[in-house]
Design a protein around this ligand. Structure first.
Ligand code: SF4
Length: 177
């Protein structure tokens, strides 16, 4: 019962923590835009939180540098379950345009598991908001209603990718070069 209560509370008021793994700061600005009044993720109870210990969703930007890799893993491990990781931006997905670089390990998923990918250089704030909502929909039926409404009123193709979809994208890229 207690775990059900925690799940309900997290679905109602999810807190997000932002981590720059080595980005140019472009996507970090777009995360701020997603939280500000125009896109207003906060209206869904989403709150930006400084400590990963209190956060439910990690918004990770940029490729993972060798220097920050252990810190990324530590931040992820400090978050309590259930937790989600949203990889924001193309360089967090593939390392591009910085990869290959002597100081890079790869994308965010080279260090920690990713639950949702938001492509773009930079990623769009509405896509970031949509990606977060889509994950929250697994916890909260109200968020699912919102996602259904968004998907009924606009074309969301290519805005976000699940891990399975991203794997498929990578395999297709490998095949076609
Ligand atoms: S995806 Fe582009 S804008 Fe975003 S952090 Fe990477 S290089 Fe910067």
């Amino acid at each position: 019962m207690f775990s059900g209560l925690v799940k309900w509370a997290r679905g109602k008021s999810p807190w997000v923590c932002h981590l720059n793994c080595g980005s140019c700061n472009g996507c970090d600005i777009e995360i701020v835009a997603a939280l500000m009044p125009r896109f207003d993720l906060e209206r869904f109870g989403v709150l930006l939180e400084g400590s990963p210990r209190h956060a439910d969703v990690l918004l990770a930007t940029g490729p993972v540098t060798r220097q920050i890799k252990d810190r990324v893993v530590r931040v992820y491990e400090q978050m309590a379950e259930p937790k989600f990781v949203v990889c924001v931006g193309t360089c967090g997905i593939s390392g591009s345009p910085f990869y290959p670089g002597y100081n890079l390990l790869g994308g965010v998923d080279a260090a920690i598991p990713v639950d949702m990918y938001v492509p773009g250089c930079p990623a769009r704030p509405d896509a970031i908001a949509y990606g977060v909502l889509k994950l929250l929909a697994t916890l909260d039926p109200k968020a699912q209603e919102l996602v259904d409404e968004i998907e009924a009123t606009r074309d969301t193709t290519g805005l976000i990718y699940t891990p399975e979809e991203m794997q498929q994208q990578r395999e297709d890229f490998e095949e076609t070069g």
